[in-house]
Design a protein around this ligand. Structure first.
Ligand code: CO8
Length: 266
C-alpha cells in the first residue's frame, strides 16, 4: 500500500435523514479488505449515531464488486500469529456489524467472495444485483474462511450440507442460485439495487425505532440460545417496548385509523 492510500479513507459514509449509506471504496482492488479498509469500516460504523440513524445500507464502490475478499497480497506472508490476529480483527468488526444496534442491509453489487461474502453475512438482510457472484474460495487458496464463514454460512442458508459444499468446493454461485439457497432475499438489476435497498431501509425507518432495535436484539441474541432462553429474551425486549411513548403512538394510530405516525424514538 502506498503512503497516499494509507492516509485516505477507503470507506465512505453518507447520511440522508435516518438512513446511512456506507460504501467500501477501494475499487481498483475490487474493494478487497486489507487492514486499513477494515479499520476504516470499523471507524465509520463507530461514528454512526444510532439515535439518529435507523438503518444502514452497506455496499461496494463501482459496478463490479461488493467485496472480492480479504486482500490476498497482504495475507500471503502472514505467520500463524499474524493470520490469527487478522482473523480476530476482522471477526471483531464483523461481529460489531452483526450486533450493530440498528439493522444493516447489504446491497451486494457484484463479487461477494471470501471475506466479502462473510461481510455480507454479518449484515441483517442481503439483497443483490443480477451480476453478483458469491462464494467461499478460500480452500482453493490453501486457507479456510476466516471472517466467520465457517459459522455463519450454515446459519444463513439453514443447510449444513450446502454450507459445507460451498466451503469445500470453493465454487462460486450466481445471484439466482444465491436466492434459491437463501443467501440473499432478492435480486435486482444493478441500476436499481441501491434504490431498492433505500426503499427497504425507508420501510424499516418508518417503524418505531426502539421496536426495530429490540427486534434485532431478540433475533440475534435469542437466536444464539436455547429456545427457552431465547423466549425469555423476547419477553424482556417485548416488555421494554411497553415503556416507550412510541408504542402508544403506534397503537393509537391504529385505533384512531390514521396512517401517519409520529415515532419519536422514545
Ligand atoms: N485481494 C487482493 N487483490 C484483489 C482481490 C483480493 N481478494 N481480488 C481482486 N483483487 C485485485 C486484483 O489483484 C487486480 O489487481 P491489479 O489490477 O493490480 O492486478 C484487481 O483487483 C482487479 O482484479 P482482476 O483483474 O482479477 O479482475 P477480474 O474481473 O479478472 O476477476 C475476480 C475478478 C474473479 C474477483 C478475481 O479478482 C479474483 O478471483 N479475486 C480473488 C477472489 C478471492 O479469492 N477472494 C477470497 C480471498 S480469501 C478471503 O477472503 C479470506 C477471508 C478470511 C480472512 C481471514 C484472515 C486470516
Amino acid at each position: 500500500m502506498t503512503e497516499v492510500e494509507y492516509f485516505m479513507s477507503f470507506v465512505k459514509l453518507e447520511i440522508c435523514d435516518e438512513i446511512a449509506v456506507v460504501t467500501i471504496d477501494r475499487e481498483k482492488a475490487l474493494n478487497a479488505l486489507n487492514k486499513k479498509v477494515l479499520k476504516d469500516l470499523d471507524d465509520v460504523f463507530k461514528s454512526i449515531d444510532v439515535d439518529q440513524v435507523r438503518v444502514v445500507v452497506l455496499t461496494g464502490a463501482g459496478k463490479k464488486a461488493f467485496v472480492a475478499g480479504a486482500d490476498i497480497a497482504e495475507m500471503r506472508e502472514m505467520s500463524f500469529l499474524e493470520s490469527k490476529e487478522f482473523s480476530k480483527f476482522g471477526n471483531g468488526i464483523f461481529r460489531g456489524i452483526e450486533l450493530f444496534p440498528v439493522p444493516v442491509i447489504a446491497a451486494i453489487n457484484g463479487f461477494a467472495l471470501g471475506g466479502g461474502n462473510e461481510l455480507a453475512m454479518s449484515c441483517d438482510i442481503r439483497i443483490c444485483s443480477e451480476n453478483a457472484l458469491f462464494g467461499q474460495p478460500e480452500t482453493s487458496l490453501g486457507i479456510i474462511p476466516g471472517f466467520g464463514g465457517t459459522q455463519r454460512l450454515v446459519k444463513v442458508m439453514g443447510s449444513l450440507s450446502r454450507a459445507k459444499e460451498l466451503i469445500y468446493t470453493g465454487k462460486t454461485i450466481g445471484a439466482q442460485e444465491a436466492l434459491r439457497l437463501g443467501l440473499v432475499s432478492a435480486v435486482y438489476k444493478q441500476e436499481e439495487l441501491l434504490d431498492r435497498a433505500l426503499e427497504m431501509a425507508g420501510l424499516i425507518a418508518a417503524n418505531a425505532p426502539i421496536a426495530v432495535k429490540n427486534s434485532k436484539y431478540a433475533v440475534n441474541y435469542g437466536g444464539e440460545m436455547a429456545v427457552e432462553d431465547g423466549l425469555d429474551i423476547e419477553a424482556i425486549e417485548f416488555a421494554q417496548c411497553f415503556e416507550t411513548a412510541d408504542h402508544l403512538e403506534g397503537m393509537n394510530a391504529f385505533l384512531e385509523k390514521r396512517s401517519e405516525k409520529n415515532f419519536t424514538n422514545k
